[in-house]
Write a protein that binds this ligand. Structure first.
Ligand code: NAP
Ligand code: GLV
Length: 319
């Protein structure tokens, strides 16, 4: 029997794979993220760690774990920019994530933001709630047509493809961009080219050194005044200061965001920006999806502790 630290309260049944395998589950009750030093102090005494995306499992934490008996870290998320996977590989600690099981839920939220941002839904709802709905207005809350628009998907992986399906279903022309040519219709090799050719851009890249501030002032200029930006990837993929300025000046038309550079803080200029829809990182937040993610993470800890290859190990990027 191994000891596994589950940093937070997981959805009902989430830790069941660990319990069924006879492991001793520690924690599993907290609502808030563990602080770095607290995590570093706890990991040497456990065999496995199940953590969430807002907990920093950096080199220091991993070195402390490796000096003890930590063998596996499972992130209840597909994005793993909170874990130093290079250090983990060097230290012989297996890292796992939860790809695939959240694609549809996250694509739904991305498309929700496409529709809500293009149709200025947040501004309109805010006015209504403030008691300023004075009747149907021929020139009030005018948005951009989604049907017939060109949708640009940046990062054409699991979630990007699921968003592309939704776009096609809504009568959009869909283009996509990634570093590796897909060989599929709609592939655009250059990001600048994609930004210039699309009306609505939806981001689905992981956060890496290469994607940090992928969208900055220059890219927003390229998108143009009628365009809409949607970000459900990771906050730092977009330069928020530049985005706020672009929304204020009309450099782009609207934005829909689920993720932020310094979560849970939201840039005050974005909170005040016009034609901006803001959600609190809820891409995968359905009952079923979150439970499935939790179980998948816990099952992979069981696999590693049993000496079995887990289905979704994360490996360091090849330079
Ligand atoms: P994925 O299947 O690995 O797809 C990522 C795509 O990004 C691939 O097509 C990849 O292709 C491309 N890419 C990587 N680096 C790039 C770069 N520098 N320039 C252009 N394209 C690049 O990942 P996924 O499962 O779809 O998840 C994507 C991200 O969504 C996650 O990493 C996570 O951060 C985020 N996410 C957010 C939520 C939420 O709640 N808002 C939920 C789930 C996931 P190439 O490598 O060929 O370029
Ligand atoms: C959520 O943001 C995830 O990466 O799963």
């Amino acid at each position: 029997m191994a000891e596994v630290l589950v940093t937070r309260r997981l959805p009902d049944g989430g830790t069941e794979p660990l319990l069924a395998a006879g492991h001793h589950v520690l924690g599993g009750v907290r609502e808030l993220p563990w602080a770095h030093d607290e995590l570093a102090a706890a990991v040497p005494d456990v065999d496995g760690l199940v953590c969430l995306l807002d907990e920093q499992v950096d080199e220091g934490v991993l070195e402390r774990g490796a000096a003890g008996r930590l063998k596996v870290v499972a992130n209840v998320a597909v994005g793993y920019d909170n874990i130093d996977v290079t250090a983990a590989a060097r230290l012989g600690i297996v890292v796992c994530n939860t790809p695939g099981v959240l694609d549809e839920a996250t694509a739904d939220v991305a498309f929700l933001l496409v529709l809500a941002a293009a149709r200025v839904a947040s501004d309109a709802e805010r006015e209504l709630r403030a008691g300023r709905f004075t009747g149907w207005g021929i020139d009030k809350y005018l948005g951009r047509d989604v049907a017939g628009a060109v949708l640009g998907i940046v990062g054409y992986g699991r979630i990007g493809r699921a968003v592309a399906t939704r776009g096609a279903g809504f009568g959009m022309t869909v283009l996509h961009h990634s570093r590796t040519p897909t060989g599929e219709p709609g592939y655009v090799a250059g990001l600048d080219d994609l930004l210039e050719r699309t009306d609505i851009v939806s981001l689905h890249v992981p956060l890496t050194d290469a994607t940090r501030h992928l969208i900055g002032p220059r890219e927003l200029e390229r998108m143009g005044p009628g365009s809409v930006l949607v970000n459900t990837a990771r906050g730092p993929v977009v330069d928020e200061e530049a985005l706020a300025a672009a929304l204020e000046s009309g450099t782009i038309f609207a934005a829909g965001l689920d993720v932020y550079e310094r979560e849970p803080a939201v840039h005050p200029r974005l909170l005040a920006a016009p034609r901006t829809v803001l959600l609190p990182h809820i891409g995968s937040a359905t009952f079923t999806t979150r439970r499935t993610m939790a179980r998948l993470a816990c099952r992979q800890v069981c696999d590693v502790l049993a000496g079995v290859a887990p289905p979704h190990p994360v490996l360091p990027a090849v330079p």
